[in-house]
Design a protein around this ligand. Structure first.
Ligand SMILES: Cc1cc2nc3c(=O)[nH]c(=O)nc-3n(C[C@H](O)[C@H](O)[C@H](O)COP(=O)(O)OP(=O)(O)OC[C@H]3O[C@@H](n4cnc5c(N)ncnc54)[C@H](O)[C@@H]3O)c2cc1C
Length: 307
């Protein structure tokens, strides 16, 4: 099986590495080794690998920039299909239409929009994910959300066929997209429709949002951003703060003292520490406020939050 995998990667210009520590590829800096790590550089190569996985039963997981992932301490028995910098072209199709390969950084796309005097991405400019990951999560901040600017995307289905979907077919809601219900489908490109704006205002807005992030968020410590989704009718960070849980610690995982919505890795946190802390937070918030918090980061490997 390994020989066949090496042959496909060689033929389709896919860099393949073995025993890759996921802690080096997630912003949480947590996670054991994945058996294989494939650096995707083309749609055809990706299709070949997906077909190989289907035929051999090898499990696979698609990773963007790893900024919304908690990876298991035991790692992942299978192959990580990494959609990163080798699959990250961006092209302005019209003065207002930007088409990006899924591995392009959201930050880079927002910067390009700023340079082209296009408005619509200012609030997204500090989110450290890929365009594919951002569409998958329907990422958003400060009143901006991917749902407001995406016009269509292309994706690969598990049979290796490429399709196009319009935004209206993507079931975009709070941190939700159609792709979450179809995890076998892989986002290839995302097309966004922006509008002409005042360049000075766009720059000022972006700087303001970035400043607000660094004032309020614990950007000096590894994390996966907000640890819990916003519950209908309230805010996770507000509820956690009101329950007096800032600073609560399990092993190396801590509810940030700076922002109650973030669990941070203070140095040597394991996935088990993070999950134990999240269970404690969830249970105490439920008991004291009645709100049931749901984790936002995606769990990679054989782990779960548990009841
Ligand atoms: C400091 C910090 C601040 C953050 N601030 C915000 C914020 O303000 N708002 C916000 O919404 N998020 C925020 N996040 C979370 C995160 O950056 C976003 O969710 C981002 O969109 C995830 O993109 P990614 O490429 O890192 O995805 P990953 O973490 O790599 O993956 C997340 C999920 O998307 C799937 N996925 C990734 N790429 C593809 C693809 N091409 N096709 C199919 N599935 C794919 C993965 O399988 C996984 O299930 C923050 C994170 C950090 C660390």
């Amino acid at each position: 099986m390994r020989e066949k995998l090496l042959e496909i990667c060689d033929r389709w210009d896919i860099e393949l590495t073995e025993q890759v520590p996921l802690a080096s590829h997630t912003t949480f800096h947590i996670g054991g080794a994945a058996d294989y790590w494939a650096e995707i550089s083309s749609e055809q190569g990706l299709a070949q690998l997906v077909q190989f996985c289907r035929e051999t039963g090898m499990p696979y997981f698609v990773m963007g920039r790893g900024s919304n992932i908690l990876a298991a301490d035991e790692g992942f028995r299978g192959i990580i299909l990494h959609i990163g910098s080798r699959f990250s072209n961006m092209e302005w199709k019209t003065p207002h239409t930007l088409k990006c390969e899924a591995g392009a950084m959201l930050i880079r796309a927002a910067k390009s929009a700023e340079e082209h005097g296009q408005t619509g991405m200012e609030g997204l400019s500090g989110i450290p994910g890929s365009i594919g990951g951002a569409l998958f999560m329907n990422a958003g901040a400060y009143g901006y959300e991917m749902s407001q600017i995406v016009s269509s995307c292309t994706y690969l289905d598990p049979k290796g066929e490429i399709h196009m979907r319009k935004a209206s077919q993507l079931d975009l809601g709070h941190r939700h997209s159609w792709f979450m219900d179809h995890p076998d489908c892989i986002i290839l490109t995302v097309t966004m429709q922006l509008e002409a704006g005042d360049p000075a205002e766009i720059t000022a807005q972006m700087q303001d949002f970035l400043q607000r992030r660094s004032d309020k968020q614990p950007l000096d410590l590894p994390s996966a951003g907000s640890t819990f989704k916003r519950p209908a009718g309230s805010y996770a960070s507000k509820l956690i703060d009101e329950c007096g849980l800032k600073g609560l610690t399990v092993g190396g995982a801590q509810v940030s003292e700076k922002h109650a919505g973030f669990v941070v890795n203070t140095g040597d946190a394991t996935a088990a520490d993070v999950l134990a802390l999240c269970r404690e937070v969830r249970d105490r918030v439920k008991k004291e406020t009645g709100y049931l918090l749901e984790m936002e980061p995606v769990l990679l490997g054989d782990i779960e939050l548990g009841a």
